[in-house]
Write a protein that binds this ligand. Sequence first.
Ligand code: GLC
Length: 546
Amino acid sequence: MSFHNKVVYQIYPKSFQDSNGDGWGDIRGVIDRLDYLADLGIDVIWFNPMTVSPQKDNGYDVTDYRRFDPRYGTMEDFEELVKETKKRHIDIMFDMVFNHTSTTHEWFRKALAGDAKYQDYYIFREGKADGSAPNNWQSKFGGPAWVYVPSLKKWYLHLFDPTQADLNWANPAVRQECADIVNFWRSKGVKGFRFDVINEINKWSFEDDPNNFDGRQFYTDGPREEEYLKFLNENSFGQDPDHITVGEMSSTTIEKCAKYAGKDSHELDMVFSFHHLKVDYKDGKKWELQPFDFMELKKLLFSWQLGMQEQNAWNALFWNCHDQPRSVSRFGDDKKYRRESAKMLATAIHLLRGTPYVYQGEEIGMTNAGFTDIAQYRDVESINFHDILLKEGKPEEEILHILNERSRDNARTPMQWNDMENAGFTEGTPWLPVCSNYKAINAVSDRWDPDSIFNYYRELIRLRHSMEIVAEGEVKPLLEEHPDVFAYERTYSKESMIVVCNFFGRDTDVKLDVNGYELLLSNYRDSKLSSEIHLRPYESLVLYRK
Ligand code: GLC
């Protein structure tokens, strides 16, 4: 299982490093930063989409699956990137957006022009007798999920933005096109694939959602989902024994994911699930705030750990990605205990059973954006919900506060490389403003400090590479009822590792039998091991017994 001891680093290319002053990150910029990543020690880079796109949803609206958007560079640049990553023993993972295409994609344009073959690539339906949309489903970015096309007298489905038309996976030609795209990138040297919202591709019924919700019960984890995944596996990446794949699973269940990422399922290697990142949603609603529910967080992390382990299936482990606010601002303390809490959060995730993902900037403790004006935002979802909440009568100030906590742009601000203008990201005007704390928080100042977050991540990555107990050990929850502490044990033959993390900015005590253990790692310089464990704010300890 070659991916058990690997760590994946996610690059949001638009915000990573600009090499030509146009304010956009690009492939050449990534090449310039490969030594930084090699030093961190990661094994795989996952790139968010870089192919041609009108950028309504930052590349998740694909116009052409096989060509780079020139703002990112050329195929020649990419070939050089492949060569340079190989030299550093790093593999490349690409993002495959197969639930939908942009409405600017050639297939959709042909469909609109009346070509029946391509109309069957998408989900066109007649409206109801009263002239309204085929059903009451809502799009995830706000508003109805259907757009009427007068020339065809039909509606098309879009679960996301109206410019992102959903593909019809019931059509075998669509499935084959997707496998061909994966094979195209395999032939260019791409080894890994992340499949965007892949558990939404099987729309199995088009009835009204009786609860007047968004319809997700009719398109999430559908009955043919596994058949489609097996098809992709068999006809593309599954032919390469070293592939590494991950599916983004929206609103899913352990039961389903144990199958999608089961050891012998021949579907995917692992899954992203998001339940643990909804513990601060009030009544499950993203745009309503509440402090995170720590006991719920523990319960969810443990049930996914145990559920997947019992069924010999594999989790992707993460706090951050391009769709989530920064974890240090969300679950830690991005002011007084930024360093301690960033390291604690990393400890909690990296030593669990699964493959850890590090999102750019997480390794130096980057925080939420702190924007103060809606004009600073670029994300379509954030802008839509700003308008929706305004219409609902919420004051502007409160909406900006909600966006400060929840907007996806919190994760997308440019990488903070140094304390120079625009944090060293670009010599031009960045497409999205740089977070104003870059003079204090940046890779240069962090990396060279032996006590830095960066060096702590290096150590965690090194542990996964060097200790089989981290990569392959069994996991068992500890202190499940403790109100402040997240703790677990890993075991592997006779070895044991205990991880103890204080999730709060106050002192706390725990009782654990640590006889025979040594202290392997801690986020405080002077941590000590004794039979009565006393933890300081956000302190985390890793104990090990041979
Ligand atoms: C996934 C992506 C997100 C995108 C959406 C639609 O959730 O991670 O960024 O907006 O799919 O493609």
